[in-house]
Design a protein around this ligand. Structure first.
Ligand code: SF4
Length: 654
């Protein structure tokens, strides 16, 4: 039987298991990336593994999430990351050089290679035919130490794109269309592989916008086959020799087929506050807009910003609307400047941000209270922009620019009719683009150029907490009962005032679940730990392992949820917290404050591979919870987490 592109790459890298959907497989990792939020823990964990140097072909450390300096803590973290990259042999991308996914795409992403990154949007270079997965930081540290990465073999879904995008519909609308149809849970356990004439018609930046947003579907990864467009794009980056042809075999079998006819798409928008609340733009037209931002790792490439520049040529934005360009990389900023578009945008009233995540996680450009912000980003979870009552819509650069011109949400086709001289920008590029975009990246320090050979830790950089084994008796108060779709932003917010403690778990844990209950950390400390209860899709969103590490530090031993998001569940195993699934009736019946006691000897049951656990509530009623784990995950749990487990493995020489 023929193979899909996904199967071909995984087959090439398989070190354990078989490519049977649902079965755990171990794969060899060629490249890893990490960023500043997750990176400090990655390197502290790598140090704790007593490794001398990285074992993967390539590792890259980016500084993108928090590049603004409020005091010494963030600067110290960046210096520590630079010193770790130099000490262990990784590339270091300096703060301000851009967002990890864009910069990695430009400099290192290669078709046919595997990439593991401690950021949930790591699948972005799937648009170039790279098989890329987001994971917890500890998984990255282990991969850098030469360990395989273990993941459930996903089902491979074929998204067959027919036709071509009509004027004013964009790649963003393809992704939003899928989100509207499939929801934020629709991709769990799946890889989306895009084929067909519509896929071939898309540029590489358009493809990577779609693979970036695959994360919002909950997908393990997303990927496109490679072709002349991939080759030409790599050539423009000065990396043509890294091209590999990758196409599915003609008789490849997919688990599922989805067909999207691009001719039928129209400008779409995701309403507050979930990326799958998608409607046609015309449905919310007329809504006053105070802010629009174009950029981020989703739409931050030069080719994403260019349409805005073309639409604004000779125009001005509305007086009550602020428009910001937040480039995904310095390369994008540099190209805009070289081509003269920066001046055009500034003349139209647009402000420029440094190439950073910033506004995407509420660090800078926080919207005014009770106002609407249109962003070309990938997430609009409530409060993520930096204020609780935010109203953030997600859309294409064209829709965001149309709103900035009109001062309200407007279908760009209607605005074009109204103005008479507004043309759909298209994607023809200027001369510099044709000549090449790849410059020697002055903001990347290669391993050969390293300026440090030992770790430099400032006073805010603490130790990695370890859980040594798992308790036999797991009992405690249900400290918090939460709804469906609790995100890692809810568990540990990534705003500047909190993020500055990312390397100091004792301080950071004070903010655990504070967005739901600001007394949580105090209550957990007072109760000396306990358990959590949640609905569906617990832990969706980022790969942030702090969302498991901090609850572990506060003594949380188990989470009872109706279902878990993939990366967060892996992080719970990695930090020795038992992720137990419950049914809807149990979820309804159990209350915050209940006394919950697992009746089995948990340590023994985990070692025996028990799948069901009897649980008693308030000495009154009982239910059964399920532990869905591989043998390896059970071993990790029994060891108290992956760091302890990996150290044990090293000591035993296995
Ligand atoms: Fe940065 Fe936002 Fe992209 Fe995450 S989703 S990498 S925070 S721009």
């Amino acid at each position: 039987m023929g193979q899909t592109v996904t199967e071909k790459i995984l087959d090439d890298h398989l070190v354990d298991g078989e490519l049977t959907p649902g079965e755990e497989i171990g794969i060899e990792i060629d490249q890893v990336l990490t960023q500043d939020t997750t990176g400090t823990m990655v390197w502290l964990q790598f140090e704790a593994l007593d490794m001398d140097e990285i074992q993967t072909e390539l590792a890259a450390q980016y500084c993108d999430h928090q590049t603004y300096q409020f005091d010494f803590k963030n600067t110290d973290d960046h210096r520590f990351l630079r010193s770790a990259a130099g000490t262990y042999g990784a590339y270091f991308s300096r703060p301000g050089n851009g967002i990890c996914h864009q910069v990695h795409k430009e400099n290192f992403a290669a078709p046919g290679k595997t990439l593991l990154g401690s950021d949930s949007h790591t699948p972005t270079p799937g648009g170039l035919g790279q098989f890329a997965i987001g994971a917890g930081g500890l998984d990255i540290a282990v991969a850098m130490g030469g360990g395989a990465y273990y993941v459930e073999m996903p089902e491979v879904v074929n998204v067959h794109l027919e036709g071509e995008l009509p004027e004013w519909a964009t790649a963003k609308d393809i992704a939003l269309h899928l989100l509207g149809e499939l929801t934020v849970k629709g991709g769990v356990g799946k890889v989306f592989e895009y084929t067909g004439p519509g896929a071939e018609s898309l540029t590489i930046p358009e493809r990577t916008t779609i693979t970036n947003l695959g994360t919002e579907l909950g997908a393990t990864s997303s990927i496109f086959p490679t072709d002349e467009k991939t080759k030409n794009w790599l050539a423009r980056q000065g990396r043509e020799d890294e091209y590999v042809e990758l196409q599915p075999d003609e008789d490849a079998e997919y688990a599922e087929e989805i067909t999207v006819n691009l001719d039928e798409l129209e400008p779409l928008i995701a309403c507050p506050s979930m990326p799958d609340k998608v409607v046609p733009v015309s449905e919310v037209a007329g809504t006053e807009v105070e802010q629009t931002i174009i950029g981020s790792c989703t739409n931050g490439a030069y080719e994403d910003i260019l349409p805005a520049a073309k639409m604004l040529e000779g125009r001005e934005i509305a007086k009550h609307t602020e428009m910001i360009i937040a480039p995904g990389s310095k390369q994008a900023s540099e190209m805009l400047a070289r081509e003269g578009w920066t001046a055009e945008l500034m003349a139209a009233g647009v402000n420029f941000s440094e190439a950073t995540c910033g506004a995407c996680i509420g660090i800078g450009h926080v919207p005014a209270s009770d106002s609407v912000s249109l962003r070309t980003f990938n997430r609009n979870f409530e409060g993520r922009s930096g204020i609780e009552d935010d109203s953030v819509y997600l859309c294409s650069p064209e829709v965001a620019t149309a709103a900035a011109i009109k001062g309200e949400i407007v279908d760009p086709r209607d605005l074009a009719d109204e103005l008479g001289d507004l043309e759909a920008p298209g994607l023809e590029m200027g001369d510099s683009y044709t000549d090449g975009m790849g410059q020697d990246d002055a903001d990347i320090i290669t391993p050969e150029e390293a300026i440090d050979d030992e770790l430099i830790k400032g006073p805010n950089i603490g130790d990695v907490p370890l859980r040594d084994g798992i308790d036999s008796d797991v009992a405690g108060e249900a400290l918090l009962k939460m709804e469906d779709n609790i995100t890692t932003d809810h568990i540990i917010p990534a705003t500047a005032d909190i993020l500055k403690f990312r390397s100091n778990i004792d301080k950071l844990s004070d903010f655990t679940l504070s967005r739901i209950d600001d007394t949580f950390a105090d209550r957990a400390r007072e109760a000396d730990g306990g358990v959590l209860v949640a609905g569906e899709n617990y832990g969706q969103g980022s790969s942030r392992e702090h969302a498991a590490l901090c609850p572990m530090y506060l003594g949380i031993e188990a989470v009872f949820a109706q279902s878990f998001a993939r990366i967060h569940k892996a992080n719970l195993f990695n930090f020795g917290i038992v992720p137990l699934e419950i049914d809807a009736d149990t979820y309804e019946r159990i209350d915050q404050g209940d006394d919950v006691e697992i009746l089995d000897d948990v340590d023994a049951a985990v070692r025996q591979g028990r799948e069901e656990f009897d649980v008693r509530v308030n000495d009154d009623w009982e239910f059964t919870a399920t532990l869905d784990a591989s043998d390896r995950e059970l071993e990790i749990l029994a060891a108290g987490g992956k760091l302890s487990w990996t150290k044990q493995q090293h000591q035993s020489g296995s």
